[in-house]
Write a protein that binds this ligand. Sequence first.
Ligand code: GRF
Length: 217
Amino acid sequence: MARLKLGVLISGSGTNLQALIDDCARTDAASEIALVLSNRADAFGLTRAAQAGLPHRVIDHRAHDSRAGFEQTLSAALEAHGVGLVCLAGFMRVLTAAFVERWRDRLINIHPSLLPAFKGLDTHARAIEAGVRFAGCTVHFVRSEVDSGPIIVQAAVPVLPDDTAERLAARVLREEHRCLPLAVRLIAQGRVSVVGERCVIDAAGPSGALINPALTA
Ligand code: GRF
């Protein structure tokens, strides 16, 4: 079967991109990275793409007069490479409704919180401040409202008493690196459908309950 072609959009270090690169390197992978795009020339993720021998390109939003023009360039590049699924992996530009609609149900994002809690930036500091016992990450299909859309995969991690935003971020990031490839696999295997703005995952087993703090006798 033909592999699903991924377009990965980044702005920074690209550790989530690396997780996809590693997962797509499996011989039985159902997807392949067709193109890596960055809006920043200094994104380390571009080096990762080059090291993996992947097509990559900088599309600088500042070189465009309008958001629409920037997004037109993005879409043209993605379509020229036959991309079937766009992955936002630390891509720090808000996309317009027109772009989101053009890629509807073919556009996913990884966000470092258990959505719908803590949309936006500084999620870890806000989670600590709120005193929640669990934080985590979410992979979801993108809708025009920021950090919203049908949820595909989530991972929960405990918030620990001595956590700083940095420590919590590192714990969540490790799970991001599992969740994004998992979501891509499920989509590439044709197991994800959006029904009434919720994701239905074919043949997915439930995971067990988590309790934090751990129960003591
Ligand atoms: C991740 O935490 C991602 O969820 C967030 O930005 C960070 C990007 O990390 N939106 P990387 O560039 O994949 O290393």
